[in-house]
Ligand binder design. Structure first.
Ligand SMILES: [Zn+2]
Length: 74
């Protein structure tokens, strides 16, 4: 999966983050989808519960991939 494809998972992900472990490629933390309580884009895109950034992936991603995404998009 390319970084662009990974990044797409962080958009309009309200449904895909439910009942799964998530990872944030801004602060690099992992958490449950149920921990996400804030959304943007009319409630469709998750904001990280730790840092508030819309960089939530609906899966656990290895740290090197998270760092690559972070470098690419921030
Ligand atoms: Zn975060």
């Amino acid at each position: 999966m390319t970084v662009e494809q990974m990044h797409d998972l962080s958009i309009n992900n309200k449904l895909t983050i439910q009942n799964t472990k998530c990872a944030c490629f801004y602060c690099l933390k992992t958490f449950d989808g149920s921990d996400v309580v804030r959304f943007i884009d009319n409630g469709n895109t998750a904001r990280c519960p730790a840092c508030g950034t819309d960089a939530v992936l609906p899966r656990i991603v290895d740290i090197d991939t998270l760092k690559e995404l972070h470098k690419h998009y921030f």
